[in-house]
Design a protein around this ligand. Structure first.
Ligand SMILES: [Zn+2]
Length: 313
C-alpha cells in the first residue's frame, strides 16, 4: 500500500512538473504572407545568398536520430550505436532586407574548460557535449563577418540549436515557430535552466504566427513577401519546429531542421527516433517537406545534422 502510494506520488509529480522548454518571455508576431504549397513559384533561383557553416563535428545515438523501429530501418539493418553528425548554422543575405541567420552554431565559451560552459553538468554529459570538435564559434565568425545580423531564426529550441546564441549582440531579434517556447515535456524539467541561460534570461522570443484568420493552421509564410524565403511550420519533432525553403543565387535550398536529422532519414523518408516528441506529427511534417522538395528537381536538401553529398558535375 505504502509503495503504491509512493509510486502514485512520483507519477503525479512527473505529470505536474512537465515543464516548458524555456521560461523566457515570448510574443506572437505577425510576419510574412501566408501561402500554400501551390503558391510557391517553380523558379529555381532567387536573390538570397546562402552559406552553410559547419560549427562542429559531433556524435549522437542513432536511435535518437532515426526511428530504428521503422520497417525501412529494420530492412536496412540499422542498429543502435553512435552516428557521426555535425552542428550547422546558415547565413542568408537578402539584397534588400539584409542578413539573417538560421540556428546559432556554438559560442566561444565552448572552446574553454567544461566547468565554464553555460549548461548543467548532467545535461552536458547526457548530450555528449564532450565529443564536440569545434570548427568555428559565432564569435570567431562575427569577427570575420561583422555585417549586422537582422534576425536569428531558431529551427527549434533544443539545446544543440541555441549553443551559440550568447555570442550574438544582445537584442538581436530571435524568431521561433508558434508554441515552441511553451513546448511542454517532462524532460524539460532538466533542461529548462540551461535553455534559459543559453538564450539569455532577458531575451524575448518572437513566435511566428502560423494561424490564419479563421484559426486554421498556416503551413507556409512568405517571410519577406517576395517569394524568396518560405518558413514552413513542421510540428512534431517539437511543438513549433520550423523549416526553410530558400530561393538562393545558387539554386533552391531546403533546410529541414530536426524534422529530419540525417541523410539516410531524408533519402528514405524516415523520421527521427527518440529525440522527437511526436513521431506521427513528425512524419506528417516530413511528408510535407518531401512534397515541397518534389516540386524542384534540382533542390539541395539540408537535413538537421548531416549533409547529403551533391553528385559531382
Ligand atoms: Zn538538433
Amino acid at each position: 500500500m505504502k509503495i503504491q502510494r509512493i509510486i502514485f506520488s512520483v507519477i503525479s509529480i512527473g505529470i505536474l512538473t512537465a515543464c516548458a522548454v524555456t521560461s523566457n518571455r515570448s510574443v506572437l508576431v505577425n510576419k510574412g504572407t501566408p501561402a500554400n504549397i501551390q503558391d510557391i513559384s517553380p523558379s529555381d533561383k532567387g536573390p538570397i545568398i546562402v552559406k552553410k557553416i559547419i560549427a562542429a563535428d559531433w556524435l549522437a545515438e542513432r536511435e535518437g536520430l532515426i526511428n530504428l523501429k521503422d520497417l525501412k530501418a529494420v530492412a536496412a539493418g540499422l542498429q543502435s550505436g553512435k552516428e557521426s553528425i555535425q552542428i550547422y548554422f546558415y547565413v542568408m543575405d537578402h539584397p534588400k532586407f539584409g542578413r539573417y541567420v538560421i540556428d546559432t552554431g556554438l559560442a566561444d565559451i565552448f572552446r574553454k574548460d567544461k566547468k565554464e560552459w553555460p549548461v548543467s553538468g548532467i545535461v552536458a554529459s547526457q548530450m555528449n557535449l564532450g565529443e564536440l570538435k569545434i570548427h568555428t564559434t559565432i564569435k570567431e565568425w562575427l569577427q570575420k563577418e561583422p555585417k549586422k545580423v537582422e534576425g536569428i531564426f531558431l529551427t527549434h529550441l533544443h539545446l544543440d540549436h541555441i549553443l551559440g546564441t550568447q555570442d550574438f549582440p544582445a537584442g538581436t531579434s530571435m524568431y521561433t515557430g508558434q508554441n515552441e517556447p511553451g513546448d511542454s515535456r517532462f524532460l524539460h524539467l532538466f533542461v529548462q535552466g540551461s535553455t534559459d541561460t543559453l538564450l539569455g534570461h532577458d531575451t524575448s522570443l518572437s513566435e511566428l504566427n502560423f494561424l490564419g484568420r479563421e484559426g486554421s493552421p498556416i503551413r507556409f509564410l512568405d517571410f519577406f513577401g517576395d517569394q524568396s524565403l518560405y518558413i514552413i511550420s513542421v510540428p512534431g519533432h517539437t511543438e513549433g519546429s520550423i523549416a526553410f525553403l530558400i530561393k538562393s543565387t545558387n539554386g533552391v535550398q531546403l533546410v529541414t531542421g530536426d524534422t529530419c536529422h540525417t541523410s539516410w532519414g531524408w533519402l528514405n523518408n524516415v523520421t527521427p527516433g527518440g529525440f522527437t516528441k511526436d513521431l506521427e506529427r513528425n512524419k506528417v511534417s516530413l511528408d510535407l517537406l518531401q512534397a515541397v522538395a518534389a516540386k524542384f528537381p534540382k533542390i539541395q536538401i539540408h537535413p538537421g545534422h548531416q549533409s547529403i553529398p551533391t553528385p559531382s558535375k
